[in-house]
Design a protein around this ligand. Structure first.
Ligand code: GCU
Ligand code: CA
Ligand code: CA
Length: 481
């Protein structure tokens, strides 16, 4: 296709742009969760003869396969003057038009380099190498403006625009190295921000840092930007865990997302994830979990980085098999279609998910299961606590096995994530050795980890609690806080 270039047409397209705004400007805020992929390599791979097959082994357009796996967003990187032209403005516009025509939302990712920009390299474009800092700010503005303008001329107003890629330590080294000159980094961010908004006021500007689990890094970077007057709309994060540590890193990433939202009042988004293609089972579990946790944290989306790679340039963290079909990891983006393992869990006092009792763990009355039972100290508001993970926000049922050798009922309340819900009556069973199941109580859980408690609602305290069973799709035990 023919691509109009912003550099040559900028002057003549201003008027056209004013008209385009009213026609093509995206809705101020799209509410749906973004799920998608950076597929910047797609055109270069196709030119090298790469094709993709769907789950059934039929060749199909890559974008269609991604859409059929629940994706709605395409991310594309921009290099300033790349050798070969890949990821230069013409290539980016061609891919963006193709993605838009296929119904995708668009994210544009400015690297401000002729090649890769990441935590280890933020190399100036060759054409800018000798420029003063003032010129570099103008360079960032012009390159951003021209690229955005060319996209606009082709009908593309991206929903999100990244100013910089993995700028853990700033951009355009040495001038914009954050650890040496935080002010310069902030001012370069603002140059990009202003250029984005000048062309596309509704686009959300993302500043992107890697290692989503590293709260200290994020605080250092964004505290520095804030202190130097930087403007941005969304905090973007990368996350590339291993099969053995994704649970830990995901929960740290969740804590970091919550901290970023409350500390800066900005949206958060996981703009890059990946795991080795040949660890597809672990990768799928990781992706399902980070999607659920990001939703849970009020995050805006999760994007996979170059999932379509197979035998390509040595990159091993795609989600494609060597036979040209997606791995099962990609199914994680089809939420709800594959019920995660579970259905019912019974939490015992000696196992993960039992989080404590205001009282003692006893075993002095026979008939219990597991290693004993929870005995509250017989005071108002004493609790027994558990933590479970729900695959999705939904209703789940709760039941307790208990014994109550006293003559009266022992009432309590079910408390979920700090909110008091159903009354749970534990009636007299006749003896402390006579155990029975309570009725079933239905309550809503949120996606991700939930804190569950039984709370004594009289000074008599609860009965002795042997175990709790939670039933519902995709329920699992969760480590306690
Ligand atoms: C007895 C019984 C305890 C029980 C307690 C109660 O002390 O041995 O297991 O918890 O009564 O009244 O709650
Ligand atoms: Ca007791
Ligand atoms: Ca027990």
């Amino acid at each position: 296709m023919e691509v109009l270039t912003g550099r040559t047409r900028a002057a003549t397209t201003i008027t056209a742009l004013l008209i385009l705004f009213s026609v093509y400007a995206p809705a101020a805020s799209a509410q749906t969760f973004a799920k998608g992929a950076d597929v910047s390599w797609i055109t270069q791979m196709e030119a090298s003869g790469y094709r993709w097959q769907n789950d059934n082994g039929q060749q199909q357009d890559l974008l269609q396969i991604l859409k059929d796996h629940g994706m709605n967003t395409i991310r594309l990187r921009v290099w300033v003057n790349p050798s070969g032209g890949w990821n230069g403005v013409n290539d980016v516009v061609a891919k963006a038009v193709r993605a838009k025509n296929a119904g995708f939302r668009i994210m544009i990712d400015f690297h401000y380099s002729d090649s890769w920009a990441d935590p280890g390299q933020q190399t100036k474009p060759a054409a800018w190498r000798t420029h003063t800092f003032e010129q570099l700010m103008a360079d960032v503005y012009q390159h951003t403006f021209n690229t955005m303008n060319t996209l606009a001329t082709n009908g593309i107003f991206p929903e999100w625009v990244q100013v910089g890629n993995e700028t853990n330590n700033g951009m355009l080294w040495e001038d914009g190295r954050a650890s040496a000159n935080m002010r310069n980094y902030a001012w370069l961010v603002n140059s990009g921000y202003d250029a984005v908004k000048a062309v596309s006021p509704n686009s959300k500007v993302i500043v992107h840092v890697s290692n989503a689990y590293d709260n200290a890094l994020f605080r250092w970077n964004f505290d520095g930007l804030r202190a130097n007057g930087a403007r941005w709309d969304i905090i973007g994060m990368s996350l590339y865990p291993e099969p053995g540590n994704w649970q830990t890193l995901n929960s740290q990433a969740l804590a970091n997302m919550n901290d970023m939202r409350s500390r800066y009042g900005k949206g958060v988004m996981i703009v890059e994830v990946g795991m080795s293609w040949d660890q597809a089972t672990a990768s799928k579990a990781f992706l399902q979990d980070i999607i659920a946790r990001t939703r849970n944290a009020g995050g805006l989306g999760v994007l996979y980085w170059e999932p379509q790679t197979y035998n390509w340039q040595g990159y091993s963290k795609g989600a494609w098999n060597t036979n040209g079909r997606p791995t099962i990891a990609l199914d994680a983006f089809i939420e709800g279609s594959t019920p995660p393992p579970g259905g019912s869990v019974t939490l015992q006092e000696n196992l993960t998910g039992f989080c404590g009792v205001d009282g003692t763990l006893d075993s002095n009355h026979a008939g219990f299961t597991g290693t004993g039972f929870a005995n509250t100290s017989n005071a108002l508001n004493t609790t027994v606590r558990w933590r479970v993970n729900a695959a999705a926000a939904a209703n789940y049922t709760f039941q307790w096995r208990f014994a109550n050798g006293s003559t009266g009922n022992r009432p309590g309340n079910l408390r979920i994530n700090g909110t008091t819900g159903a009354n749970v009556t534990l009636q007299a069973t006749g003896a402390w050795t006579t155990w029975t199941n309570s009725g079933s109580f239905t309550a809503a859980l949120r996606a991700g980890a939930n804190d569950i408690a039984l709370v004594a609602s009289t000074s008599g305290g609860l009965a002795n609690i042997d175990s709790m069973t939670v039933t519902g799709t995709g329920v699992s035990v969760s480590a306690c806080n």
